[in-house]
Write a protein that binds this ligand. Structure first.
Ligand code: ZN
Length: 57
């Protein structure tokens, strides 16, 4: 399973700006994948719904 640093650059690019929320969400996603015993999905096989509230950080 890939680790946090391996995903960080592409995650910044995907998110569109630098903020404290994205790295926390990346860590949460990696922890969830580990807990579920799954790899990163392809072709929309795995979804997450996250509620972050105002300002998202
Ligand atoms: Zn952000």
């Amino acid at each position: 399973m890939k680790e946090f640093k391996e995903y960080l650059d592409v995650a910044w690019e995907f998110h569109g700006h630098r903020c404290p929320a994205m790295p926390m969400d990346l860590r949460a996603g990696l922890a969830a994948m580990k807990a579920l015993g799954v790899e990163r999905s392809k072709d929309k096989e795995l979804f997450v719904e996250a509620e972050t509230g105002k300002g998202h950080a």
